[in-house]
Design a protein around this ligand. Structure first.
Ligand code: ADP
Length: 549
């Protein structure tokens, strides 16, 4: 019998559930040897439904009861790789492999990882804040954020807990956040359950719930405005509903081929499948026939009782994107939330459009061509004609100017106002779900697609938007934006106490702390306008200079 001894500490139930499910499988195997708990009980722990993540996690923690080492059978190398792939810091483990007495099948190769760090005892004497010496910790030392933190004059520390400001990945939070006490002045760049907004299926669930709540409360006009997400189903949980809808929309419910004479995808309706736990376009594919899903189901051992099943969303594909030069693009916008209760959020005036390299086409033979349909930079950079110097991005300002030249100011301003409101509504939809914590703030990257009727659609919200700079222009944008995030978070206590409508390149989206007279006008749509961040920062510094004079 091949025995793999896996030492671990599960550090959280991050949205990349794959790791968690594998862990459950491991337990399940071990449990078969050690008897408790029963398989039925284990199945209940298996997170099939996004809404039972937390109870599942707690039940799971209770079950392992602090054990950090279990002997398991049948854990293959690819399973371990999947755990690793899911989130390097999610499971910290080391594994050793003992060869079987009778090697009668393909065996996993030995696998090692650095031993886990012990959890920090929170014995740190909490330091009093010192606004002249700000100690920062940062996980990403090769991205723009590290440069910004350094140039701010702050001091780097690698201390686990003795920092004033920490720009971390979400994995750290799972490991430590619930076990430590932060001093009042410490700031951390994620909210505890940030994934309610950023996991693809939970985002849609929250938007649908908000819409229903508004309808139930008789606010039908406002409910009607929650129409900015494509029709979406979570799989496998809502597979039945999806099939019903697919058949209803399809010209021929039993469609196995495109109807005779149909050349374009628009004639049959296209859907897009997206794994909820992956990013950068990985695992995404388009389809027009149910039979294509059946093949996928087979490939993914997609059985309800299989705890290894990968959660997907299936979404109506927006097949009429707005094109420039015949190419599809989506928008990346930045939003900084300082607090959820009361809600206080700012949207960055600049952003960019990410273009595909290939011309957009709805020809059925191009359905598998990701260079046509997915705008992710990580996909486009592999195109043979990709030029690293120019990239595939356009600034939001250039895009807006181009659109104004085609459609006039009024129509384009209306589009940008819709985008502004879409972001605001998405935050309102999770306001009561996200756990407020005064130590937390978050920078989100919104992905928005505009269709050829100038309607914006929300595709995704990212909790850790890429902070790598591909070109000098990209660097300038991200540097300024991140510097302004730090100004907003105000570790140095330089901002005036009153509510501000602009901080650097960030314009207020909503500020529930502001007195009614200071609330931003509903029609404000400075998105894509000239970014006067430096002038604004100069203005903001003025009162401080006068008072010290
Ligand atoms: P990821 O997290 O992998 O980047 P996204 O949801 O952002 O996943 O989708 C990746 C890309 O696929 C988007 O940038 C967009 O170009 C395209 N896309 C995603 N969903 C749709 C959709 N419903 N309609 C049209 N294009 C889409």
């Amino acid at each position: 019998m091949a025995v793999l001894c896996l030492r671990w500490r599960i550090t959280g139930c991050e949205y990349r559930l794959a790791g968690f499910r594998y862990a459950v499988t491991v337990i399940s195997n071990a449990a078969a040897k050690r008897s408790p708990p029963s398989t039925t009980a284990l199945q209940q722990y298996s997170p099939r439904n996004p809404s039972d993540i937390s109870p599942t996690w707690f039940a799971f923690q209770q079950f392992i009861g602090g054990q950090e080492s279990l002997t398991v059978e049948h854990l293959w190398k690819q399973d371990l790789e999947k755990i690793q792939d899911a989130r390097p810091s999610f499971c910290r483990y080391s594994a050793t492999y003992s060869p079987p007495a009778c090697a009668d099948r393909k065996l996993p190769t030995p696998y090692t990882r650095s031993p886990q760090r012990p959890p920090p005892a929170n014995k740190m004497a909490l330091r009093a804040p010192n606004k002249n010496l700000i100690r920062f910790r940062c996980f990403w030392k090769t991205t723009v954020i590290f440069e910004v933190l350094k140039n701010r004059g702050w001091t780097e520390t690698n201390s686990e807990l003795d920092w004033d400001f920490f720009w971390s990945d979400v994995g750290w939070m799972y490991e430590f956040f619930d076990h430590i006490h932060l001093a009042d002045h410490q700031r951390f760049n994620h909210f505890r359950n940030y994934y309610e907004l950023t996991r693809k299926d939970l985002l849609i669930k929250n938007l649908k719930r908000m819409k229903k709540t508004l309808e139930r409360d008789g606010q039908t006009v406002e409910a009607g405005k929650y129409n900015f997400f494509p029709q979406t189903y979570a799989l496998p949980a809502e597979y039945g509903l999806f099939v019903e809808e697919f058949k209803r929309m399809s010209p021929d419910p039993k469609l196995t081929k495109l109807p005779k004479g149909a050349k374009s995808l628009q004639e049959v309706g296209v859907w897009i499948m997206k794994p909820v736990g992956k990013a950068r376009g990985r695992g995404i594919f388009l389809f027009t026939r149910l039979s294509q899903i059946s093949e996928w189901k087979k490939d993914h051992r997609w059985k309800i009782e299989n705890p290894q099943v990968e959660n997907y969303i299936v979404q109506r594909y927006i097949d009429n994107p707005y094109l420039i030069g015949g190419k599809k693009f989506d928008l990346r916008l930045y939003v900084c939330v300082l607090s959820y209760a009361p809600l206080k959020a700012y949207v960055y005036r600049s952003g960019f459009a990410r273009f595909t390299i290939a011309h957009f086409t709805v020809k059925k033979e191009d359905i598998v061509n990701n260079l046509v349909h997915l705008t992710n930079f990580s996909i486009q950079k592999h195109a043979p004609t990709f030029k690293s110097k120019t990239g595939t991005k356009w600034s939001l300002h250039s895009l807006k100017m181009h659109m104004i030249s085609k459609h006039g100011e009024q129509e384009v301003n209306a589009l940008f106002h819709k985008i502004h409101m879409l972001i605001l509504r998405s935050l309102l939809a999770v306001q009561n779900v996200i756990i407020q914590d005064k130590h937390c703030f978050e920078l989100y990257g919104y992905d928005i697609l505009v269709d050829d009727t100038l309607k914006p659609w929300i595709l995704e919200v990212n909790a850790s938007p890429s902070l790598a700079a591909d070109t000098p222009v990209d660097h300038e944008l991200k540097y300024g934006m991140l510097d302004d995030v730090l100004t907003l978070v105000d570790m140095e206590h330089k901002l005036p106490p009153q509510s501000l409508t602009q901080v650097g390149g960030f314009d207020v989206l909503i500020d529930q702390t502001a007195p009614p007279a200071a609330k931003p006008p509903q029609q404000s749509h400075l998105l894509g306008c000239y970014n006067d961040r430096l002038e604004n920062l100069k203005e903001l510094r003025k009162p401080a200079r006068q008072s010290t004079a």
